[in-house]
Design a protein around this ligand. Sequence first.
Ligand SMILES: [Zn+2]
Ligand SMILES: [Zn+2]
Length: 348
Amino acid sequence: MATLHNRVSRKVLKERAENDPTPRNTVSFYCYFPISDPASMRDHWYVHLNGLGVYGRIYIAEEGINAQISCPVSQFENLKSFIYAIPSMNGLRLNKAVDENRNSFYVLDIKVRQKIVADGIIDNDFSMNNRGRYVNALEFNEMVKEPDTLVIDMRNHYEYEVGRFNTAIEIPSDTFREQLPMASSMFEEEKERKIIMYCTGGIRCEKASAWMLHKGYKNVFHLEGGIINYINQVRELGLENNFIGKNFVFDERLGERITDDIISNCHICGTPCDVHVNCKNSSCHLLFIQCDACHSAMGGCCSNACMDVVQLDPEQQKEMRKGLDKGRNIFNKSKQRMTLLSKDQNVD
Ligand SMILES: [Zn+2]
Ligand SMILES: [Zn+2]
């Protein structure tokens, strides 16, 4: 089976990457601009980036490109020249991850998608041409002091749960497509107020800012480069930091610690904890928060049922996985429910 083959080779690739001493940067970037032929761009990028030894995940759609990659430090300037050769991407900000970890990716995946951020929008009048105004970290810090300003977190619940700006309002859902209409109706009476939207790297809030303007909001801003760029600016310029806890990221690390504050709890026992894990039962693979004590007591599983499954022999477990949705399970403690995110769900 193709799946099995893929899994084995990924394991080998991962080991190879982990044993490779090459210094790497984890870099993310996105750009909304019209791409007429995403498929041929995909092929061109694959050949070039593979040649540079880049790993990571890139989505290309007619509305733009979204990339999270790991690039050998020695090839970073070459990568930059390659990207900047595209006129719409010339001078684009490339976000470097806060804490360097060369194990963030170990294979190069470039996919053509319908959208770089699945938005569920079926309004033909909506356009990405009219977006909110960018604010940098300094402007953000000034604006959040004004009582009139609403700070809106456009990330999913499990991201908000472990780390956020201290005055941020959550749009309570685990899918961006649900959040867009929620956000525009939640503040219906406050269309004149200053609204700053943010997300991890800026890609979601950039689209959300365009959506809010489309819905008649007047003063819409968004944090340029998202939390990642904010933290970089705070550290480089010695600014006041308004972000607490951990910045959740969807790579092997599942989060970068920003401050020592632990603002969430173990989903099993309730003790303060902000460590996300995936359930060891691979037919479950639930993403949830689990403290060290519960992790060892439960063998990394999320429930007794999953503990039973991992006791079975591998063939039996494989049989149980057949026909299961291969999406990503996420436990949403606040709503006591699980959300099955499809594989197509984009995160930045
Ligand atoms: Zn616990
Ligand atoms: Zn489980």
